[in-house]
Design a binder for this molecule. Structure first.
Ligand code: ADP
Ligand code: MG
Length: 461
C-alpha cells in the first residue's frame, strides 16, 4: 500500500539520488505548509525515510493503520512533493515499523474515501447530506440547502449560508452540489471558493481569456461560491462576481454563497446585492450544541469503523465546542494515539489526546457565562442572579439563560436554580424570547453570536 499504488506521475532525470532520509525530509518540508498543522504532527512527524531502491522510497511508519491513513489522505500532497523535489522516477511506499502489529484498530479496514469527481465540477462525493449531522444549530441551514439542491433556482435564490470557521459551510455547499447532480446529472454545477475564483480571474486577465472565463460561469445551472467574505476589499473581484451573479440570476440559475459573516457585514455585497438578496434566503450555522457534537463524533467514528464509547464521546464533546473541524481533529488524534500504542479508546486516552489540543478551550462553566453576560450588558453580577428588575437586567438574565442552555445543555430546573430558584416556565419563556429576538433582529443575533463565541474563547463579554 503506497503512493505508488495510486499512479504517481514520475519525472525522469539523471541526478544522483539523495539518501532516503534526506529525501523524505525534503518531501515533508514541501508537504508541511500544504496540510493542516494538526494532521502533519499527527501523521507525518512519526515517519522516517529508511531505504531507497529501484526507484522506491521506503518510508517507515508506526504501523499499518498509519500506512493506510497516509496513503488515503496524503497521497496527493506527497505526489506533488515528489515531482517538485526530485528529478528521478520515484514512488513512495509506507512500511509499518512493526509488521506484526495486531492492535484492534489496524485489523479493520479503514474507511475508503471516494475519489473526487473527475469531471471538473470540483465536488467531493464524500461531502454529502447523508453524513452531515443535523442539530438545532444547523437545522434551518440544512433544510434550506436541501430544498435548493432539490429544486435549484426555484425556492431560495440566492441562498446565503454563514457561520464560523469549521462549522460545515463548505460541507453543506458541496452537499448541495452532490445532491443536485445526483438528482439531475445533466445539470451544470460548479463549486469554487472565492479565493480560487480570484486566482482564476487574475489568470484570465493575464492570458487574455476573460471572455472564456465569463462564458464558463454564465452557462451554469448551479454555482456554489464558497467563502464570499474574501471579497471584502477586492474591488476587481467584486465587479466580476456581481457580473456573474447578475447574469446567472437573470437566467434563473441558482447561486449559493457561503461566508463567515452575515451579508450586512460585507458592505460591498450588501450595497449591491441588497435587492436581490431579498429574493433569497440568509441562514446561519451556529456552533453545534452538546448532543450534536456527540452525534458528530459518533458518526466520524462509525465512518472510520471504530468503536467510540459513550463516555469518551461525551468527554471530547464537552471540551471541544467551537468548531466541528476541531472536533474531527480531536477524534483523528485519538484514533492515531490508540493505533500507535494499540490501546483501547478510553477517557484516559482521550484526555491524553486532547492535552495539547484544547489548552485554549478551558471547560466553560456557568459562572463564566453569567459573568460574560453581566459584562456585556453592563450590569452587576449580583443583580443578574438576585432578580433585579430593570429592563436591561431582565434581558441580560434571559440571554444568560439562553446561553447556559445552548452551551452547557443545562436543564431548565438547573438554570432556574442559578438565578435564585426561578421557575422552569420562567426559564423557558426567557429562552424563547431570546430565540425570537435572534430570529427577528439581525443586529441582536450578531451581538449574541459574538458574545457566545467570546465565551467559548474565554474572552470577557
Ligand atoms: P467551514 O467551511 O464552515 O469552515 P467545513 O464544511 O470545512 O467548515 O467543515 C469542517 C469539517 O467538519 C469538515 O470535515 C466537515 O465534513 C465536518 N462537519 C462540519 N459540520 C458537520 C456536521 N454537521 N456533520 C458532520 N460533519 C461535519
Ligand atoms: Mg469552508
Amino acid at each position: 500500500m503506497g503512493v505508488a499504488d495510486s499512479g504517481v506521475q514520475p519525472r525522469v532525470g539523471h541526478n544522483t539520488l539523495p539518501d532516503a532520509e534526506r529525501l523524505w525530509t525534503d518531501i515533508l518540508e514541501y508537504v508541511k505548509p500544504r496540510v493542516s498543522r494538526e494532521g502533519f504532527e499527527t501523521w507525518l512527524t512519526p515517519t522516517r525515510g529508511c531505504a531507497l531502491s529501484n526507484g522506491t522510497l521506503e518510508v517507515e511508519v508506526p504501523n499499518s493503520f498509519f500506512a493506510d491513513w497516509l496513503s488515503q489522505h496524503y497521497s496527493a500532497e506527497v505526489r506533488a512533493a515528489l515531482a517538485s523535489v526530485s528529478q528521478q522516477e520515484l514512488s513512495v511506499s509506507f512500511r509499518p515499523r512493526d509488521s506484526m502489529d495486531t492492535s484492534m484498530l489496524i485489523r479493520r479496514a479503514p474507511a475508503r474515501r471516494p475519489a473526487a469527481r473527475q469531471n471538473g465540477y470540483r465536488l467531493q462525493p464524500h461531502l454529502s447530506f447523508e453524513n452531515f449531522v443535523v442539530g438545532e444549530s444547523n437545522r434551518l441551514a440544512v433544510a434550506a440547502a436541501r430544498s435548493v439542491a432539490e429544486r435549484p433556482g426555484v425556492n431560495y435564490n440566492p441562498l446565503f449560508i454563514y457561520g464560523g470557521v469549521g462549522l460545515g459551510k463548505t460541507h453543506l455547499a458541496q452537499a448541495i452540489g452532490n445532491l443536485a447532480l445526483g438528482t439531475k446529472p445533466s445539470l451544470k454545477v460548479y463549486y469554487t471558493a472565492a479565493d480560487d475564483l480570484f486566482l482564476e480571474l487574475i489568470q484570465a486577465i493575464e492570458k487574455n481569456t476573460r471572455i472564456e472565463f465569463k462564458n464558463k460561469y454564465r452557462g451554469l445551472d448551479l454555482l456554489l461560491l464558497d467563502d464570499i467574505h474574501y471579497l471584502v476589499g477586492k474591488e476587481r473581484l467584486q465587479e466580476e462576481v456581481f457580473y456573474i451573479f447578475n447574469s446567472l440570476h437573470d437566467a434563473g440559475s441558482q447561486i449559493v454563497f457561503t461566508s463567515d459573516r452575515p451579508p450586512q457585514d460585507i458592505p460591498a455585497l450588501e450595497g449591491r446585492l441588497a435587492s436581490r438578496l431579498g429574493s433569497g434566503l440568509v441562514v446561519d450555522i451556529q456552533a453545534p450544541e452538546l448532543e450534536t457534537r456527540i452525534a458528530i463524533l459518533k458518526q466520524k467514528a462509525a465512518a472510520d469503523h471504530a468503536e467510540l464509547p459513550d463516555d469518551v464521546a461525551y468527554f471530547i464533546a464537552a471540551r471541544v465546542r467551537t468548531s466541528v473541524r476541531a472536533l474531527e481533529g480531536s477524534w483523528i488524534r485519538l484514533l492515531a494515539l490508540a493505533s500507535l500504542d494499540g490501546r483501547a479508546i478510553t477517557v484516559a486516552l482521550a484526555e491524553e489526546a486532547l492535552r495539547n489540543l484544547v489548552k485554549e478551550e478551558e471547560p466553560v462553566d456557568h459562572n463564566r457565562i453569567i459573568k460574560a453576560c453581566a459584562d456585556h450588558f453592563g450590569v452587576a453580577l449580583k443583580d443578574i442572579t438576585n432578580g433585579g428588575r430593570t429592563k436591561q437586567l431582565a434581558l441580560a438574565r434571559q440571554v444568560a439563560m439562553y446561553l447556559l442552555r445552548g452551551t452547557l445543555s443545562l436543564s431548565l430546573k438547573e438554570i432556574g436554580g442559578l438565578f435564585g430558584n426561578k421557575d422552569h416556565t420562567t426559564v423557558m419563556h426567557a429562552i424563547k424570547r431570546v430565540g425570537d429576538l435572534r430570529t427577528s433582529d439581525p443586529v441582536f443575533a450578531a451581538k449574541l453570536e459574538k458574545l457566545s463565541k467570546g465565551i467559548s474563547r474565554g474572552e470577557p463579554g
